[in-house]
Design a protein around this ligand. Structure first.
Ligand SMILES: [Zn+2]
Length: 337
């Protein structure tokens, strides 16, 4: 237990430093990333299948085009006409797929709003589901600015569209994959007025509750979350709020593709859409790069635009998710959470 304690200590110091550096609570994350002092070897992946077969291919240029399509609508806060346009855009890209629309009204501190989670389901041959999620809304308090969330919400939503293109192209041998574009992730009030976790994650909380009630939750083998994954200077953090063995599988997948230098240089502890599933005992991993510009300066600003992103970063994250799914398919049995 020595190593985990050391990692926790580093995280605490990081949280204290970030408290000095900025006084607002993070949406999507708490604290600034800290350098990784030791790799987390507390839970090495078990039953890793051999590295076999051709590496997955993911079209980063096509994903970048999707980011551009999404941001072209402008800010897409909850309840806006632009939000509706993005919903329709996502659905138009999923025509012919099995799509579940999870809609409800959220009672938020800013009033009642329609919320629309979009789930595309791609059946596999194995019993069980891998969920890959991304939020697609933009921050409500920034609704009257030019904030379009190219990286925050745009990049990961585009990667999921790219995954859908791959998944529909050939039948899956492995677990079923459900892609979730979750809604109302962002806070409705400025963080100075309400803690993030009390005023966010409306869509994904609803889905986690629903899937717990109808028994779906028990079938979920892994919940992979992508958020802020398009930064041209890509450096995905190891997240202390994620499941260590699943994070290690992601690192293994990245290493097999030669992309490991973009993963886990830093540690972080992130409050993001995976939290409702973590709380319910599902193995989760959050792929997030919460250092968007130095000190995360572009995050939640009108400077979160496509020129900060790269097709290569989208390709790396898309391919690593595909490789992670392929490793999970072959791990028998999957470790408990
Ligand atoms: Zn955000």
């Amino acid at each position: 237990m020595t190593k985990p304690r050391l990692v926790v200590a580093v995280l605490l110091v990081g949280a204290m430093l970030s408290g000095l550096a900025c006084d607002h609570e993070k949406d999507s994350a708490q604290g600034q990333p800290t350098p990784a002092v030791v790799p987390d070897t507390s839970a090495p992946p078990r039953n890793l299948p051999p590295d076999s077969g051709p590496p997955p291919k993911f079209d980063g240029d096509r994903a970048m085009q999707c980011v551009q399509d999404i941001v072209k609508f402008g800010p897409r806060p909850l309840g806006s006409a632009n939000h509706k346009k993005v919903e329709n855009y996502l659905l138009s890209r999923l025509q012919g797929d099995e799509v579940e629309n999870d809609t409800f009204t959220a009672d938020t501190p800013a009033g009642k709003f329609p919320v629309h989670n979009i789930i595309a389901k791609f059946p596999g041959t194995k019993d069980g589901i891998i969920v890959v999620a991304s939020h697609y809304d933009t921050n409500y308090p920034l609704r009257d600015t030019a904030y379009v969330g190219a990286n925050d919400g745009g990049s990961s939503s585009a990667i999921l569209l790219g995954l859908a293109d791959q998944l529909r192209s050939k039948p899956r041998t492995g677990y079923s994959v459900w892609l979730v574009w979750d809604d109302a992730e962002e806070a409705m009030k400025p963080e100075t007025e309400m803690p993030f976790l009390d005023d966010s994650l409306y869509g994904i909380n609803h889905l986690a509750e629903k899937w717990q009630a109808d028994g779906t939750l028990k079938k979920i083998k892994a919940f992979l979350l992508a958020d802020m994954v398009g930064d041209a200077d890509l450096s995905i953090e190891r997240d202390a709020n994620s499941t260590p063995w699943l994070e290690n599988v992601i690192y293994e997948a990245a290493s097999r593709l030669g992309y490991q230098s973009h993963f886990f240089e830093r540690n972080n502890q992130v409050s993001d859409d995976h939290i409702p599933f973590m709380k319910r005992g599902v193995a989760c991993a959050d792929l997030i790069d919460f250092m968007y510009g130095y000190n995360n300066v572009f995050w939640h600003t009108p400077q979160d635009t496509v020129d900060k992103l790269s097709s290569k970063s989208l390709e790396i994250v898309g391919a690593v998710i595909l490789e992670t799914m392929s490793i999970l398919d072959k791990m028998e049995p999957l470790p408990p959470k």
